[in-house]
Design a protein around this ligand. Structure first.
Ligand SMILES: [Zn+2]
Length: 306
């Protein structure tokens, strides 16, 4: 009998221990952030992204299931800089989860420690299009920012689950080491094409271009978030001919009609390149995103003779 009670006590103690180390439930807005949370959180977190990597992250269709996911989350990680401003704030309110409200412990704006480009100076007007007043939100496309986000995630997870501090710290160190290795490989791949001039559809690639020595000279969109117009397209074609531009990068969620027309006129090639993890099925983690994109870009450059 005594033995049974001891056994029962042990069982209770074990189940408490289990509760204490239960996974931190993390919801991220994008698959890029989910990939970084997985790197740091390992098996001590469960993580799920709301948007899919092949969707335009500015305009995600909010589903009722998103509210349920947010309702039970311990931590929400978002890109910030107004990337999700069109769809996320009402979902946070409707989740009725105090932890993940902007002032809560379970709210992490990943942009706060990132290196942000394109911060506008002077007055912002409607005529500038859908300009992000807090700077360019596509900052995850720079490996250095992946590292900065990972560090912010490590600190936040440690604050939420102090018992796992050593585990998160070890996983961050490992991520940092592998990223440093990968950066050497990526820079070597693109080094022969340093300074290459390209055109992109949306302003998604300033951090990527900066990290890998590319020069974005124009955009298919006349202004961020504004669809192509005949006058702008014509001017862009002239500019591309003058500067002998041979590559047009297009995010997977944009219509290819205008890019293809520009390509026909200039002899450039259209390269549909995923800006996010999950953008194509081969890209399931943060490292594969750069491997995939740089391989795609380098083979296109070789093919075009640019
Ligand atoms: Zn954007």
């Amino acid at each position: 009998m005594k033995k049974n009670i001891a056994g029962l006590m042990l069982l209770v103690a074990l189940s408490f221990a289990h509760v204490a180390s239960a996974a931190v439930k993390v919801i991220t807005t994008t698959e890029d952030l989910a990939a970084i949370v997985k790197e740091i959180g390992g098996d001590r977190v469960s993580v799920e992204a709301l948007a899919r990597g092949y969707q335009d992250p500015h305009f995600v269709e909010a589903k009722p299931s998103f509210i349920l996911k947010l309702h039970s989350a311990d931590l929400l990680v978002l890109v910030g800089r107004e990337l999700e401003v069109a769809w996320l704030p009402p979902l946070i309110t409707q989740s009725r989860n105090t932890k993940i409200q902007p002032a809560g412990m379970g709210y992490l704006d990943a942009s706060l420690t990132a290196r942000i480009l394109d911060i506008p100076t002077g007055q912002i007007t409607r005529a500038m299009g859908d300009v992000h007043p807090q700077g360019n939100p596509h900052y995850w496309l720079e490996p250095g920012n992946g590292r900065r986000v990972a560090q912010a995630v490590q600190q936040k997870l440690t604050a939420l689950s102090a018992a796992d501090a050593a585990y998160f710290s070890q996983r961050y160190a490992d991520f940092d080491r592998r990223l440093t290795e990968a950066e050497k490989r990526w820079r070597a791949m693109i080094a022969p094409y340093k300074g290459l001039k390209i055109v992109t559809y949306h302003r998604s690639w300033p951090n990527f271009a900066d990290a890998f020595g590319l020069d974005v000279i124009g955009y298919v969109e006349p202004k961020p978030g504004i669809p192509p117009s005949p006058a702008h397209t014509l001017a862009l074609i002239e500019q591309m001919k003058r500067q002998n531009i041979k590559i047009i990068l297009v995010e997977p969620y944009f219509d290819l009609k205008t890019p293809n027309a520009i390509a026909r006129d200039t002899g450039a090639q259209v390269l549909v390149m995923p800006p996010s993890v999950g953008g194509v099925k081969e890209v399931t983690n943060y490292f594969q995103l750069f491997d995939y994109d740089l391989n795609l870009l380098v083979s296109a450059i070789k093919q075009s003779g640019a």
